[in-house]
Design a binder for this molecule. Structure first.
Ligand code: FMN
Length: 197
């Protein structure tokens, strides 16, 4: 099996890390790989903020309600992760791009999008970060927050850039898997179709 499929297979959301820091060169390779993520019309509306500073990671963990994970018997995995990457995306950059002359015949104004491509592209960035971390021999996780304006505030993210969540990266420590996994994976026949549904 080639390396790429091994990385895909190995990836899972890891919710605990050791204190071992991740070298800046490694962080930069992961970020550089994620910068290669695709974007609609090459709008390139995505952006990332890598945070390693401990006080700031604690503040992010608070905004992400780490206490709720602790109350469920989980580890302080967010504040403990030596690297946080906040993935952001700007709808404004898509509206501007799709107003350019080569895209003008695409009827995509503010209201009329087949799907909101900015969220699609942010997801591609997020997945590239997760897989790149695993390719580096590290582990990663993704989590959302219901307090995005606070996150935006403490990190000085411009108003048009919206954070979609936090990717935690580090060396894995034993963790408690999410209770969501007990749902089991949907059957192949429900998910994968050939030729037609
Ligand atoms: C958009 C999105 C949001 C998620 N939010 C959270 C979250 O807030 N907290 C968390 O612990 N896991 C979160 N997860 C992780 C999922 O629970 C996890 O991907 C799923 O249970 C499958 O597990 P696996 O990725 O380890 O295979 C999120 C995943 C995605 C894709």
């Amino acid at each position: 099996m080639n390396d790429f499929y091994n990385v895909v297979r190995k990836r899972r959301m890891v919710r605990n890390y050791t204190d071992e820091p991740v070298p800046l060169e490694t962080i930069n390779r992961i970020l550089e790989a994620a910068r290669k993520a695709p974007s609609a019309g090459f709008s390139q509306g995505q952006a990332m903020i890598a945070v390693t500073e401990a006080t700031q990671r604690k503040a992010i963990a608070k905004i992400a309600d780490e206490e709720k994970y602790l109350a469920r018997g989980m580890d302080p995995w967010i504040s403990r992760a030596p690297v946080h990457v906040i993935v952001c995306v700007s709808k404004k950059l898509y509206l501007e791009r799709y107003a350019e002359s080569d895209k003008k015949d695409t009827p995509q104004n503010d209201e009329n999008w087949p799907v909101p491509y900015w969220w699609v592209d942010a997801g591609a960035t997020m997945m590239t970060l997760l897989l790149s971390a695993v390719a580096e021999g590290l582990s990663a996780g993704f989590l959302g927050s219901h307090r995005m304006p606070e996150l935006q505030d403490i990190l000085g993210i411009p108003a048009h850039m919206k954070p979609i969540g936090i990717v935690t990266i580090g060396h894995p420590a034993p963790d408690r898997p999410s209770s969501s996994l007990s749902r089991g994976r949907r059957a192949v026949r429900e998910v994968i179709h050939h030729e037609r549904w």
